[in-house]
Design a protein around this ligand. Structure first.
Ligand code: UDP
Length: 361
């Protein structure tokens, strides 16, 4: 039987990471089957990434979404297990910190199939975040841990991972590889700047989608007020996540900033290139702001990407309107240090693919 690995993905940031890694796996001659859990399912949150970024079509499409955490993870676990029992891949590859990540890892380990975790070792130290629970458990279930940063390696050592049967590899961040590969293509094909009439305009790019910000009405209201006040000085453009759109109806403050539908990766990196700064609660976007040397105001109390705060590129604002405006002013007046190679040299996907080939093929 052919040697292969199975990749489990399901959410937007995983499509972007998988796009970069799948390309490297193919070049290394590693055959991959993809399971798409369906966690993100619509055209703008899923299909566009597969098309634009030329991600191989999934072999399995599970269509599991819009459920509470337990039900979603449980149903994924059940369905992924069935596939793995039948296919018996050499290893299972998972990314990041979503329910799809945990379900993939858990299904595999129970069948004694080794788990590979890309974006291992990140910690926010906030167990109320579903992502933190998912990433800690997934790390513990994995036998190959690919860490994007020095801090993520340190986190694993502090938790005693050197005593487990795991290999820890500091490879850099696959999202940096993705930007380097796709930026030229994006610039050629995206028309978002013209479409939104942003050509001669200065603007801030913002996203809000973390559950702790969207599901808590007070927090969401404060964030909207904060973005409104920034918008009085600098146009704020917000490609809005469907979850946030649903919750916005419940608050009393009207958003004054420019809301657009979620955009594809190509439009997003073109917006990043043109914007003055980023305001976000997204993990991925904090790093992308750094890749483009743009200051970032983070709409959370803590971040897994602590090196960005240390280098003065990222300003943690939390959720309060006043604080968001204060950090906006601060970020525009004080230049951070964008010169470090915090996320590697753009070859992390090759390191990952070569290692997987040697270990599992
Ligand atoms: N992104 C995108 N379109 C959007 C918003 C975000 O392509 O409308 C990209 C963004 O550039 C980054 C990734 O999605 O590469 C981040 O995903 P998200 O914020 O959903 O998840 P997180 O990184 O917080 O896990």
């Amino acid at each position: 039987m052919q040697n292969f690995i199975t990749t489990v993905i399901g959410a937007r940031p995983q499509f972007i990471k998988a796009a970069a890694v799948s390309r490297a796996l193919k070049s290394a001659g590693v055959y991959e089957k993809i399971i798409h859990t369906g966690q993100h399912f619509d055209q703008k949150m899923s299909e566009i990434f597969f098309r634009e970024m030329e991600i191989p079509r999934p072999h399995y499409q599970l269509d599991i979404h819009s459920l509470p955490h337990g039900a979603m993870t449980g149903r994924m676990l059940e369905e992924i297990e069935k596939i793995l029992m039948q296919d018996r891949p050499n290893a299972v590859l998972v990314y990041g910190d979503t329910n799809s990540t945990l379900a993939g890892a858990l299904a595999a380990i129970k069948l004694h199939i080794p788990v590979i975790h890309v974006e291992a070792g990140l910690r926010s130290f906030d167990m109320k975040m579903p992502e933190e629970v998912n990433r800690i458990l997934t790390d513990r279930l994995s036998s190959l841990l690919f860490c994007p940063t020095a801090t993520s390696v340190e986190n694993l050592y502090r938790e005693g991972f050197q005593h487990f049967d795991t290999e820890i590899i500091h490879c850099g961040d696959v999202m940096y590889d993705a930007v380097l590969y796709y930026l030229e293509k994006a610039k050629k094909s995206s028309t978002i700047i013209e479409k939104l009439h942003l050509k001669e305009k200065e603007f801030a790019l913002a996203t809000i989608h973390r559950q702790e910000n969207t599901d808590d009405i007070d927090r969401l209201e404060q964030i909207v007020k904060g973005l409104n006040s920034v918008n009085e000085e600098l146009l704020v453009v917000v490609p809005l996540h469907p979850r946030t759109t649903a919750h916005l109806q419940k608050i009393n403050t009207k958003p004054e900033f420019k809301i657009i539908e979620p955009v594809g990766y190509f439009d997003m990196i073109v917006l990043l290139e043109h914007c003055k700064l980023v305001l976000t609660d997204s993990g991925g976007l904090q790093k992308e702001a750094y890749f483009f040397s743009k200051p970032c105001v983070t709409l959370r109390e803590q971040t897994e990407w602590t090196e960005l705060v240390a280098s003065g590129c990222n300003h943690l604002a939390g959720y309060k309107a006043e604080e968001i405006f204060k950090k906006y002013i601060q970020s525009m007046s004080k230049e951070g240090d964008f010169s470090g190679k915090l996320y590697g040299d753009g070859h992390s996907t090759e390191i990952i693919a070569e290692k997987i080939k040697r270990k599992f093929m």
